[in-house]
Design a binder for this molecule. Sequence first.
Ligand code: CP
Ligand code: NVA
Length: 309
Amino acid sequence: MADHKANSKATRHFLTLLDCSPTELNQIIARAIEMKQQQREIQRQEPFKNYVLGMVFEKASTRTRVSFEAGMAQLGGHAIFLSPRDTQLGRGEPIEDSARVLSSMVDIIMIRTFGHEIIERFAQYSSVPVINALTDSYHPCQLLADVQTFVEHRGSIQGKTVAWIGDGNNMCQSYINAARQFDFELRIATPKGFEPNSQLVSENKNRVSVLRNPADAAKNADLLVTDVWASMGQEDEQTQRLQHFQGYQINNELMSHANSDALFMHCLPAHRGEEVSAELMDAPDAVVWNEAENRLHAQKALMEFLLTE
Ligand code: CP
Ligand code: NVA
């Protein structure tokens, strides 16, 4: 296997979906589907024996932590969980210094943090691939799993219509990048004041529109997606946001505006009775459990891609 540390110029990072070409992204999805099948057949190949993944979490996580840690173990390697509470990361050591030190010891790093510029600075000083495991602006790993899930259930997402209902947050903004890279139409319905970044929307206006009415966005859509109304770091705004987002719940009534075979996705954790009805979470159209599992397969394919590039 090539020594991916030997030529730092070639280091590939995955900070947003735009770090890979559409062809590469489709290859990663296809490989994730293949790796899922291999996992089902208990074919363990361990191509990354003794490789080490560093996992920096400045925010809470269930799915991301377990999928990366289990994924690296299944590939033959190890993962180290690093939280700011018990490392120097939480005591003000500069990002650039942490990046140089950590990347001199491990083979690949994933980071969940607040400002997107933190991960950009980290990647600039890292000699190994850096993966965005969620920032305030983007959550690209979740999009790999979402697209994989759509492909498994309905075939290619190219040319389809996706409706994003709710907050114009990190997931919504990753959907905008996904619309561009995977070539689908994205209709976003948000309350006033909760729109995604206007520059990002205008750069993708051939595929992306921002509406007010959830039913208009859902009309004839192939996939409806939402996320919590208050993201991590916005806990203080929870009560106020609950009021702003009234009428933006995805439920069976809203799903009735979409195509009859439309799917529902949610990156989880979900708040039943807020952004999604309890009833819809248990409906056959809701593929949220497959979507969550696919984090494992999609990220294994992503790590393989970054480590062998
Ligand atoms: N969807 C997602 O990223 O979940 P976690 O916050 O549990 O990692
Ligand atoms: N938008 C949510 C996603 C959680 C996976 C957050 O940032 O908290």
